[in-house]
Design a binder for this molecule. Structure first.
Ligand SMILES: NC(=O)c1ccc[n+]([C@@H]2O[C@H](COP(=O)([O-])OP(=O)(O)OC[C@H]3O[C@@H](n4cnc5c(N)ncnc54)[C@H](OP(=O)(O)O)[C@@H]3O)[C@@H](O)[C@H]2O)c1
Length: 200
């Protein structure tokens, strides 16, 4: 299969690429580095990306940013950072990408467990993750040509916790998280939210 991975240079994306590239043609897309570049906050940039990739069989997006901060500190505009980037960026990748994906193709977006299990400081991220999950479930209902859309919901990644100086013992290694993205491409998943912890 020809698989486009957005966020291919990131903590999770790098492992997704490793898990796929032995058996598939992988187009690695980043924001500042990669085979191809995209800014997922720009519909023009996304349209230009798919003109370069041409047709493909699957797309995985392991990118998307939103601000983690307390209710007292988050400004109204801070919420729009995540809305434009992680939420509408991934929605735009799906909407434009479906023009290029082959019949029976699969697209996988990324949310996160804060949608279901919030914590202080997560109001923006929880809202965005929940919005993505609602979008995925609904978009599958209108999907044409056998195209599937799913969402992987990662828990804290071990390497991320280490990089942030947190106790990483409850973290899940990125390589294990990547395995769930591979799982999401299987025919059996349609409009599903794949909670990484269920697949360990
Ligand atoms: N890590 C965790 O613990 C965790 C837990 C739950 C959910 N998640 C979610 O999983 C996803 C990936 O997380 P991660 O920790 O792997 O991220 P990361 O290490 O920060 O990597 C981000 C990736 O996104 C790319 N990127 C940044 N800005 C972009 C833009 N405007 N347009 C397109 N691509 C852009 C980066 O490209 P460059 O390298 O070229 O800049 C990089 O490849 C995110 O949606 C995150 O919310 C992560």
């Amino acid at each position: 299969m020809k698989i486009v991975v957005i966020g291919a240079t990131g903590t999770i994306g790098k492992e997704v690429v490793k898990a796929l590239e032995k058996e598939h043609e992988v187009v690695k897309v980043g924001n500042s580095q990669g085979d191809l570049l995209v800014d997922m906050t720009s519909t023009e940039s996304i349209a230009a990306l798919f003109k370069k990739t041409g047709r493909f069989d699957a797309l995985i997006c392991a990118a998307g940013h939103a601000k983690f901060s307390s209710l007292n500190e988050l400004t109204y505009e801070d919420y729009f950072l995540g809305l434009r980037n992680k939420l509408m960026g991934q929605v735009a990748l799906f909407l434009e990408g479906r023009k290029y994906i082959n019949d029976e193709g699969a697209m996988t977006l990324t949310s996160g467990i804060l949608s279901q299990e919030p914590m202080p400081g997560s109001s923006s991220i929880s809202m965005i993750n929940a919005g993505l999950e609602g979008f995925v479930r609904a978009a599958q209902l209108e999907s044409e040509r056998g195209i599937r859309i799913n969402c992987v919901s990662p828990a804290w990644v071990k390497e991320t916790m280490e990089a942030m100086g947190m106790d990483s013992s409850p973290g899940i290694p990125a390589a294990q998280v990547a395995g769930v993205y591979v799982e999401s491409l299987k025919d059996s998943h349609r409009g599903e939210i794949l909670d990484v912890r269920r697949y360990l």
